[in-house]
Design a protein around this ligand. Structure first.
Ligand code: HEM
Length: 269
């Protein structure tokens, strides 16, 4: 399944070169720069929409990004190439490839580009030991900077939890038979409106199914991304070093091959 790829692919689209013959060098270098990223997926034999200069393929099939992914999946299959403006972005919806990218090799060949590692520990480790002296650049983070970062994380956690609960309430309200069954599970787990116990909560299988099904239909993060740390071959696909790899979560979780009648809220799946 997985192999170390041989070398990294150039981003240059050689089709441009014959067209540039006889044009002023200053102008051609600008054009080469503009077109440089485009053409990589054609070379790799990966399908996808044709990019526009500077704009790439953003919103090509639908202005809402996750609906664009659904339409692209119908057109191109499980793997396709897009350009986020000038950045090539490989989209992977194939479950076997995703197991390798997100689980088996997630640290060897891929990184979460936002911030790998234990964020809080990194923040604490980088705290300034003493106040910066006059004229000296500040080393590490101050208390204020750490509290700003933690506040940001709290908002990130707040928004995701908030969206999850809002859609859960919506799905229960529009599926009364599910709500009734869930109420029965709650009443049998915590009789006489008893206090909620964490261990007992973990045993609530139907609650788990209901929350998972709600997150499948309405994932708060419609896309995930990784970056290839080195060139790697997964199955028939070679992913070049530094390639941005995107997981179209929303489209994946509504793929009719994986989820029959994907639009339906069915916690028993
Ligand atoms: C239902 C609630 C939540 C959902 C659905 C959710 C979803 C996600 C997803 C999909 C990711 C990206 C994972 C990946 O790239 O593999 C993520 C990352 C993250 N989430 Fe949440 N999240 C939730 C709650 C929270 C809470 C409560 C916090 C903090 C208090 C939080 C903080 C973070 C942080 C810091 C990351 C980045 C981790 C990293 O890059 O290493 N999330 N979350």
């Amino acid at each position: 399944m997985l192999g170390r790829g041989s070398g990294s692919s150039s981003l240059r689209d050689n089709k441009l070169e014959p067209l540039l013959q006889g044009i002023q060098p200053e102008f051609t270098s600008g054009l080469r720069y503009s077109y440089r990223p485009y053409g990589i997926f054609e070379k790799l034999g990966i399908p996808g929409p044709k990019p526009y200069i500077y704009l790439g393929t953003v919103g090509r099939h639908h202005k809402v990004y996750y609906e664009d992914d659904v339409l692209s999946a119908k057109k191109y299959g499980k793997v396709w190439g897009t350009y986020e403006f000038r950045t090539p972005m490989l989209v992977v919806m194939d479950p076997e490839m995703l197991k390798t990218i997100l689980v088996k090799e997630c640290f060897t060949y891929f990184t979460n580009r936002r911030n790998p590692g234990d964020i809080l520990q990194n923040l604490i480790n980088s705290q300034t030991a003493s106040k910066p002296s006059k004229g000296q650049p500040t080393q590490g983070l101050s208390d204020h900077e750490i509290s700003t970062q933690v506040t940001m994380m709290m908002f990130a956690g707040y928004e995701t939890s908030n969206i999850t609960l809002a859609f859960l309430a919506y799905n229960l309200a529009t599926n009364p038979e599910v709500m009734k069954r869930l109420q029965e599970e709650i009443d049998s787990t915590f009789p006489d409106k008893g206090a909620v116990q964490y261990e007992a909560l973990l045993q609530m299988e139907y609650l788990d199914c209901v929350v998972n099904e709600s997150l499948r239909l309405y994932p708060p993060a419609g896309r995930l991304d990784r970056v290839a740390k080195e060139t790697v071959k997964i199955g028939d696909i070679t992913i070049p070093k530094d390639m941005l790899v995107m997981v179209p979560v929303y489209a994946l979780q509504r793929d009719p091959e994986l989820w029959p009648q994907p639009e339906e809220f069915r916690p028993d799946r």
